[in-house]
Write a protein that binds this ligand. Structure first.
Ligand code: FAD
Ligand code: DLZ
Ligand code: SF4
Length: 498
C-alpha cells in the first residue's frame, strides 16, 4: 500500500486475506526525493502512513512497515517488496494501481507476480473516461461533469439538476470580502517524524514548523466537518478571491486528505449536499464544491491516463526560460507573487486561483519551461501528486498540451488580480500603469505574450477581443510595451530582484 492509498476500503485490501496476506508499507527515499518535496508534505505522508499502519494492525492485519531510517531499507518501493517477498516465500503481490505512470512501470518490472487491481476510489474508471472521450473533438470538463452528476445522483432531481442549472459558476466571482474568519483546524504532529524529516529534508524549500495537518481519517473528517459549517456557505461567492495574509480564504483544504485516501470523494460530496438540503449553505456554494470533486478532480485524472506517459514533457508554446529564483523564495517586489509563494513556503498550500492566476499566469506570460513549472508544483504543495498536478499545470495553467484541457490560455493582466485581491494596494508596482518604471509586470507581459504567440492564437474566437484591443493601441505605445517587457524579462534573467 502506497502513501496515497491510505483507505480502509482500498481495492487491494478488499481482495487480500487477513489470515494469509501481509500488508507492505514503506517509507523510501525514492518517493521522498523524486522532486524536492515540501518538508510538510513528506512529514504528512509519513505520519499518515504510520498511523494507518497502526490502524491496520489494530484491525488484525499483519503489516510489514519500513521506516525511512531502518538500516535494511532498500529505499525503493520495488526493493522493499522484493525484500519482504524473499523473507516470506510469497507467491506474489496484490497491488492497487498506483496513481502515477512511474510506479505503475516500476511494479510492472518487478521479478514478482503482480496482481494489479483498479483504484476504484475514483468515480470514473479508466474505461468510463475512455468511453466518454471517444470520438469527441473537445474534451470539455463541463460535459464530463454532467455525466458524473447523473452517475452519482448528486444534486439531481431525477434527470434534472437541482436548481434547474448544472453550473452556478457565474455567481462565484465576487470580489474579496472585508475581514475573514475561516482557518482550518490543526492537529498535533508526531515528534519522531518531525525530527526525521527535519534531519533529512529540512533544507528543502518550505517550513516544516508549525505542522498542523490531520494525519488520520478521523482527524481529516473533523477538519472537514469544521469547514462544512464555517467555510462552505461562503465557498462559492469568494472562490476566486484573494486577500493578503489569508492563505485559505473559504477553501476546504482537503486536497491532501482526498489524494492520500484519508477522505472519500463521494462521501465529502454527499456531506456537502446534506448541508445544502438542511438549508445551511446556498446552492452556488455546494454545486461549486461538488463540481470541483466529481468534475475537475475526476476529469484531470481521466486526462492524465488518457494522454499517457509523455504528457509531462509537452511544451506546445516552446517556452524555454528557467524558473526564476523567486519561486524558491528569493525576494520579489511583486506583492501577488510574494504573497502566494510566501504562503506556499509556510503552508504547503495555495488555493486554486493563486495557483492558476498568480504563479501559473506569471510562468505562462514569462515563457517559463513547463517541465520546470511542473516540477515546482509537484514539489511545493502538500496535495501534489502527478496525476492531478500535471493536467492542472501542463494543461490548464501552461497550455503546454496545446489546448486539450483549456480552450484558451489562462492569462490576465494586472487588472484581474487587482479586481480579485487586495495585493495591488501594497505593491511596489502600480497596477494602473501600462508602461513606465512602475508598470505592473503582468500588464507588460500580457501583451508581450499575445504578440509573441499571435500565429498560434489569432484564429481563436475566444481571444479575438484581446487582439482587437491590442491592435487598436497606438503603434508607438505597442512598441514601448514590447520594449519594456523585454527589458523587464532581461532583468529577471540577470537575477535582479524584480
Ligand atoms: P477547494 O478549493 O476547497 O476544492 C475542493 C476540492 O476540489 C479540492 O480539494 C480538490 O480535490 C478538488 N479540486 C478543485 N479544483 C481542482 C482541480 N482543478 N483539479 C483537481 N481537483 C480539484 N490539486 C491537487 O489536488 N493537487 C495538485 O497538485 C494540484 N496542482 C494544481 C496546480 C495548478 C497550476 C492549478 C491551477 C491547480 C492545481 N490543483 C491541484 C487543483 C486545485 O488548485 C487544488 O485541488 C486546490 O487548490 C486544493 O485546495 P482545497 O482542498 O482547499 O480545494
Ligand atoms: C509523496 C510520497 C512520499 C513523500 N513518500 C512516500 C513513501 O515513502 N512511500 C510511499 O509509499 N509513498 C510515498 N509518497 C506517495 C507516493 O509518491 C505516491 O504514492 C506516488 O507518487 C503515486 O501517486
Ligand atoms: Fe501583482 Fe501587478 Fe498587482 Fe503588483 S501591481 S500585486 S505585480 S498584479
Amino acid at each position: 500500500m502506497l502513501g496515497d492509498q491510505l483507505s480502509l476500503g482500498l481495492h487491494g485490501l478488499r481482495k487480500a486475506d487477513k489470515g494469509s496476506d501481509i500488508v507492505v508499507m514503506a517509507e523510501v527515499a525514492d518517493e521522498a526525493t523524486y522532486v524536492p518535496h515540501h518538508p510538510k508534505k513528506i512529514a504528512f505522508t509519513f505520519m499518515a502512513m504510520r498511523r494507518f499502519a497502526e490502524q491496520l494492525r489494530a484491525l488484525g492485519w499483519q503489516v510489514c512497515y519500513s521506516k525511512l531510517d531502518d538500516p535494511d531499507n532498500t529505499q525503493s518501493i520495488g526493493g522493499e517488496l522484493i525484500r519482504y517477498a524473499s523473507g516470506q516465500a510469497t507467491a506474489g503481490v496484490i497491488a492497487t494501481e498506483p496513481a502515477e505512470w512511474r510506479l505503475i512501470d516500476a511494479l510492472g518490472e518487478l521479478p514478482l507476480r503482480v496482481h494489479m487491481l483498479s483504484d476504484d476510489r475514483f468515480i470514473a474508471s479508466h474505461a468510463d473516461f475512455e468511453t466518454w472521450a471517444a470520438g469527441r473533438k473537445q474534451l470539455r470538463m463541463e460535459y464530463f461533469y454532467r455525466e458524473m452528476r447523473r452517475k452519482t445522483g448528486l444534486l439531481m432531481e431525477g434527470d434534472t439538476p437541482v436548481g434547474g442549472k448544472w453550473n452556478f459558476d457565474h455567481d462565484n466571482r465576487k470580489a474579496p470580502p472585508k475581514g475573514i474568519a475561516h482557518a482550518p483546524l490543526t492537529f498535533a504532529p508526531d515528534a519522531e517524524v518531525m525530527a526525521l524529516v527535519q534531519a533529512l529534508y529540512g533544507d528543502n524549500f518550505g517550513d516544516l514548523q508549525p505542522f498542523g495537518f490531520a494525519t488520520t481519517t478521523a482527524e481529516a473528517q473533523k477538519a472537514f466537518d469544521h469547514w462544512l459549517i464555517h467555510g462552505l456557505p461562503f465557498f462559492g461567492d469568494y472562490q476566486d478571491a484573494m486577500l493578503s495574509d489569508q492563505p485559505f480564504m473559504y477553501h476546504a483544504v482537503i486536497g491532501l486528505y482526498l489524494n492520500a485516501g484519508l477522505l472519500d470523494p463521494r462521501a465529502v460530496c454527499e456531506q456537502a449536499e446534506a448541508v445544502y438540503h438542511a438549508g445551511a449553505a446556498p446552492l452556488n456554494a455546494v454545486e461549486g464544491f461538488i463540481r470541483q470533486i466529481i468534475g475537475w478532480r475526476e476529469y484531470v485524472r481521466g486526462i492524465y491516463f488518457l494522454e499517457g506517459r509523455d504528457y509531462t514533457a509537452r511544451n506546445a508554446l516552446a517556452h524555454t526560460r528557467s524558473l526564476p529564483p523567486m519561486f524558491w523564495g528569493a525576494p520579489t517586489k511583486m506583492q501577488c507573487m510574494d504573497q502566494t509563494i510566501g504562503q506556499t513556503k509556510r503552508e504547503a498550500y495555495a488555493h486554486h486561483i493563486q495557483r492558476l492566476m498568480i504563479t501559473g499566469n506569471f510562468a505562462l506570460l514569462a515563457g517559463i519551461n513547463p517541465a520546470e513549472v511542473h516540477e515546482w508544483y509537484l514539489a511545493v504543495y502538500a496535495d501534489a501528486y502527478e496525476w492531478v498536478e500535471a493536467p492542472n499545470v501542463i494543461g490548464m495553467s501552461q497550455f503546454a498540451d496545446g489546448g486539450i484541457i483549456a480552450s484558451k490560455p489562462y492569462i490576465s493582466s494586472g487588472n484581474y488580480i487587482h479586481k480579485m485581491s487586495d495585493y495591488c494596494k501594497s505593491c511596489a508596482y502600480r497596477v494602473q500603469d501600462k508602461t513606465g518604471e512602475k508598470a505592473c509586470p503582468f500588464n507588460l507581459l500580457y501583451w508581450d505574450f499575445l504578440d509573441r504567440h499571435r500565429d498560434k492564437f489569432k484564429g481563436n474566437p475566444r481571444m479575438a477581443n484581446m487582439y482587437r484591443v491590442w491592435d487598436k493601441m497606438d503603434a508607438a505605445k505597442r512598441a514601448s510595451v514590447l520594449n519594456e517587457a523585454q527589458g523587464w524579462l532581461a532583468k529577471l534573467d540577470r537575477g535582479h530582484s524584480v
